[in-house]
Design a protein around this ligand. Sequence first.
Ligand code: ADP
Ligand code: MG
Length: 346
Amino acid sequence: MNKNILGIIGGGQLGMFICMAAKKIGVKTVVYSNEEDFSAKAFCDRYIIGKLDNIKKINEFIDSADFFTIETENIPKEFLRKIQKKKKLFPSNEVVEIAQNRLREKQFLNNIKGIKTAPYFSINNFNELQNKAKEFKYDCILKTQEFGYDGKGQYFIKDSNLNKLKTLNLKNFILEKKIDFELELSVIIIGNLKKTIYYPPVENLHEESILRQTIYPARINEKLSNAAISMALTISKELRLEGVLAVEMFVTKDQEILINELAPRPHNSGHWTMDSSNFSQFDNLVNMIIKDELKIPEAFRNCKMINIIGNDYQKFKEIEKTFVSYDYFKKDIRPNRKMGHYIDFG
Ligand code: ADP
Ligand code: MG
């Protein structure tokens, strides 16, 4: 019974693409969603709708599948720990707990030899914010330690007037020095304890802290590319990774790589792998979980992956005529919401 059913926490576009990859190899999926309408709804075999702390629903979910994975790191620790007590979770809750907290993540990263992040301070009150922002010459970013994504929970500081941040309950924040980077890269690693594969570095362009475009391959030299891959592999090894890990990086003007953050799940900057490589990040993840198989991907075509965000979605029908396009089937268009993406091979 229940053999090889994959449980996925989260039913957004990443969950949807995991379901599609599972279907290709005949694997059934169960999605746990905390929203009624979600991208993966029409692509999973079963779904459970519940709050992320609904014990009854969580238990039902755990009983309904054999293996588990996630599409977001923003999941209460208790949920993940409960799964791991009974079943196998990819990646482990220890890995997710590091990646879901910016302070723990930065402490973890800076303890690895050869790995560095942007300078940062932990912030727990307004007084600390004032002092540390001054140390950073008021060129820094205040971020919640947990539950941020797509730039949410982030406040850019540009001058000494911090008054508008006074109303925030400043517990469990971090303050990061703003890096004047030359470009942003990411490397996606998929591994278990026996084998690890990676996708080559891609270049990421953000606007308002949201990914707009990913360029494969990144326009960097071989030395920098090798350094980025090697750092991502080192981090995944330290984490004893069993699953997907996206490593986001800044390249500074003097060609130093700083790690920005870790995402322990498929990543928006890996969507290009569905169209320009023989095994996508989703294929490799599902195959690794279910069949213990990992294939070294071969990328065969340069491309750009372009996100369709907010009102741009109104042009979807037009875009679809010219490009390979993906609709995330989201009911409401909201500003800064990822609604779909397309691939430009030009
Ligand atoms: P999220 O979880 O929202 O992706 P990130 O920390 O990755 O949060 O921030 C989103 C984007 O904001 C980054 O990709 C980068 O473009 C910009 N950003 C974040 N932190 C910094 C920083 N310390 N210096 C410069 N830019 C930053
Ligand atoms: Mg990020």
